[in-house]
Design a binder for this molecule. Structure first.
Ligand code: FAD
Length: 494
């Protein structure tokens, strides 16, 4: 029983962070957007430790920053690692990076049931036609072009919908991703298995680290220990596939046995009890989760989030890559729908930027899994991979904070930080000035002040023009840059 097709500018499959971000950012430009989600939210998902770029960059564009702040998620100021050749734990804070410093130098540890619902409700609020309990079965094609979808609605009726663009945001179990003509290539390096559950009454690191993610390596792999609320902790073991025999049989026994082998996590849980009921009562297993597709788009279709690629969770990059790819795809779709940039050029920009960000995490993580080094050499590796023009530790924090792309929308917090940074810069540069016996010149030579002055010029231009100047350099030769509002691409001024 097939009904007549409705018509949309964009239909998104999946209401997780990638789909909800993309759908909202296209609807906010006045386009007709539908989102089909097979579950009814709230629904469970793993991936609870976020990065500042998601919270303050994409979150700001979406208009959810305040709502996230009010949701009382645990504030994450950084990460604490028992990792590498040194036996003592080491900690990084986001605040150490200039790009991330200031009032926005934190992320959150989130219960995904709550976080994902905030993003999906926001999409609905900005005009997306969100339909839950609708499961997409297949794409519809006309020649090489994807032109719509076939789905089963909440009443079990099979329907068709036509769309100028279809986005697959249906996650790691996507059935649609092959329709771009690509295939999924699984990483030979990251062949891990994760086993995870929830505990109440776990200890917290001493303040100000109490909201940090704790990642602890042990003989069989590593653990994440994520403080979700005052009481609730998410605990997961990641072991190499060759050691997967450790997690055969009763999953509870296997998890407890692994915890026993990791002194840091065993100590943190010494007075805790495992949650055994409700959504958090289940012990879950995930495997084969590091992969990358060979084609992120084809005419009429684009892949975002886990549908496109995913790399090992040690630096919590999943939701960042999901929301960032949602933003990149939204720019491409908005530009094409407005008739400003042709499809090929627009989506090539999307794919190149997305692959670059994924590649940075991938390359860095390969080095990070080598336990024979200390943290200094991991920081150096981050600088080498990102080719950043900063100190090693800043390069590391920018990468693991999601700010390595230099995309001004992800460091979108910059505008708010301007005043604070200026004050700090004037203070520190003032000292330098006195030392130099000069009053002003060093101030203007300072990188921060230079940026602040540029930023105020941009603000004034934005006010005068009704939009911002385009002042980002393209990431690739002949490439595009984000529009002033961050929602589309523009050809850079020569
Ligand atoms: P999803 O969140 O998977 O959303 C996809 C949605 O599509 C779902 O709601 C699903 O119901 C819907 N859907 C699926 N099929 C259909 C269909 N046919 N029709 C309609 N709807 C459909 N990330 C982090 O940022 N931090 C972490 O700490 C972290 N830890 C992780 C630990 C492990 C072990 C693993 C495996 C991953 C972890 N991740 C982490 C990654 C994170 O889970 C994902 O990257 C993130 O959820 C991807 O978001 P998404 O929107 O692409 O997909």
């Amino acid at each position: 029983n097939t009904s007549t097709a409705e018509q949309f500018d964009l239909v998104v499959v999946g209401g997780g962070p990638s789909g909800a971000t993309l759908a909202a950012l296209v609807a906010m430009r006045g386009h007709r957007v539908m989102l089909l989600e097979k579950e009814r939210f709230p629904r469970y998902q793993i991936g609870e430790s976020l990065l500042p770029a998601t919270v303050h960059g994409v979150g700001k564009l979406l208009g959810v920053t305040e709502e996230l702040e009010k949701a009382s998620f645990t504030k994450k100021l950084g990460g604490t690692f028992r990792w590498g050749s040194k036996p003592e734990p080491w900690t990084f804070t986001f605040a150490i990076s200039q790009k991330l410093a200031g009032p926005t130098s934190h992320a959150y540890q989130v219960e995904r049931m709550k976080f994902d619902k905030i993003l999906l409700d926001n999409a609905r609020r900005v005009g997306v036609d969100v339909r839950e309990e609708c499961s997409v079965n297949d794409v519809i094609k006309a020649g090489d072009r994807v032109t719509g979808l076939r789905y089963t609605d909440a009443d079990g009726i099979v329907r068709e919908v036509s769309a100028t663009f279809v986005a697959d945001a249906s996650g790691n179990r996507s059935r649609l991703h092959k329709n771009t003509g690509g295939k999924r290539v699984y990483s030979e390096f990251f062949q891990n298995v994760a086993l995870f559950g929830y505990f109440e009454g776990g200890k917290r690191l001493p303040a100000p680290r109490s909201g940090n993610i704790l990642s602890a390596a042990f003989d069989d792999g590593w653990f994440w220990y994520i403080p979700l609320t005052e009481k609730l902790t998410s605990v997961g073991a990641v072991v190499a596939r060759e050691r997967a025999d450790q997690i055969q049989g009763d999953p509870e026994k296997a998890l407890l046995k692994l915890i026993d082998r990791c002194p840091e996590v065993r100590d943190m849980l010494s007075e805790a009890r495992r949650v055994t009921e409700g959504t958090y009562g289940e012990i879950r297993v995930r495997k084969d989760y590091s992969y990358c597709g060979t084609a992120f788009w084809s005419p009429g279709m684009v892949l975002v989030g886990d549908a496109a690629c995913f790399v090992d969770p040690v630096f919590s990059s999943g939701v960042h890559l999901a929301t960032y790819s949602g933003l990149l795809a939204a720019r491409s779709i908005n530009s094409v729908l407005a008739g400003e940039i042709d499809e090929k050029r627009s989506f090539e920009e999307f794919e190149q930027r997305y692959r670059r960000e994924y590649g940075l995490f991938y390359e860095f993580l390969v080095g990070f899994y080598d336990m024979h080094h200390d943290e200094e050499s991991y920081f150096w590796k981050a600088k080498k991979v990102t080719k950043a023009n900063t100190s090693d530790i800043e390069a590391f924090v920018e990468l693991v904070g999601g700010a390595a792309s230099g995309d001004s929308s992800l460091a979108g917090m910059r505008l708010e930080q301007t005043a604070g940074q200026l004050a700090a810069a004037v203070d520190s540069v003032g000292v330098e000035a006195r030392r130099d016996g000069e009053q002003n010149a060093p101030l203007f030579r300072s990188a921060i002040v230079g940026e602040v002055m540029q930023e105020s010029a941009r603000v004034q231009a934005r006010a005068a023009l009704g939009h911002a100047l385009n002042d980002e350099d393209p990431l690739f030769s002949g490439g595009l840059v984000p529009s002033g509002d961050g929602m589309a691409w523009v050809v850079p001024a020569v």
